[in-house]
Design a protein around this ligand. Structure first.
Ligand code: GRF
Length: 236
């Protein structure tokens, strides 16, 4: 097993977010309570004003906004230039882990490669089901009985990197998109905290497209339990 990162040297974590920032808040709260040995070193957004930036400022975390329109040529964003500038700035805070928590832009492969094996995303579906947007509506339309969220390593293909862990919730007969989204979101927070905790403890790494946890290859995603711990399904 890899040595656990000492509590004296918390993992430097940068967060990318575009919206309300409840997953960011979960990380802020977990850091503040001592449940996560991390240091949130910066929050970065493609929106000038959003809940995530507000939450960062309130918590005293450096918050940075980048507008896609500043990188537009003939009205179309030069994605490579945008990503290069954004990730140059992210680089200045020297993160050991980048967490995409509701970041709504596709990140180009050059930027992804800069943090290969050190960038996680939380996605509101049981991947590989329902990549991209409108996952709750897709799950309802498909008649799913179970839905949830996944935390995965980011690779250049959208929502396609190796999945570390998932949280499952039931889909109910009277569900609406709003009700289902709320049920999933409630489990996203402990899921994200648990995955970042594994990373901060030095217990997880990506090798090729394989995930190793405690030096053992993961054959399927870990599952979030009712007590918010992660287990291999079916194990004790
Ligand atoms: C979450 O559902 C997350 O899984 C998805 O976007 C949403 C962000 O919510 N990627 P919040 O901004 O963290 O509240």
């Amino acid at each position: 097993m890899l040595p656990a990162k000492l509590a004296l040297t918390p993992l430097r974590v940068a967060v990318l977010a575009s919206g309300r920032g409840s997953n960011l808040q979960a990380l802020i709260d977990a850091q503040a309570s001592g449940a996560l040995p991390i240091n949130l070193v910066g929050v970065f957004s493609d929106r000038a004003s959003c809940g995530a930036l507000e939450r960062a400022r309130l918590a005293g975390i450096p918050a940075h906004a980048f507008a896609a329109r500043d990188f537009a040529i003939d009205g179309i964003c030069d994605r490579e230039a945008f990503d290069a500038a954004l990730f140059d700035l992210i680089g200045t805070v020297q993160p050991e882990l980048v967490v995409c928590a509701g970041y709504l832009r596709v990140i180009g492969s050059a930027a992804v490669q800069r943090h290969h094996g050190r960038m996680l995303n939380i996605h509101p579906s049981l991947l590989p089901k329902f990549r991209g947007l409108h996952t709750h509506a897709q799950a309802l339309a498909a008649g799913e009985r179970e839905h949830g969220a996944s935390v995965h390593f980011v690779i250049p293909a959208l929502d396609a990197g190796a999945v570390i862990a998932q949280a499952r919730v039931p889909v109910r007969a009277d569900d609406s998109v709003t009700k289902l989204a709320a049920r999933v979101l409630q489990r996203e927070h402990p899921l994200l905290i648990a995955c970042v905790g594994l990373f901060a403890a030095g217990r997880i790494f990506l090798h090729g497209s394989d995930i190793f946890v405690d030096s053992r290859r993961l054959s399927r995603p870990l599952q979030l339990q009712a007590d918010d711990t992660l287990r291999e399904k079916g194990s004790e």
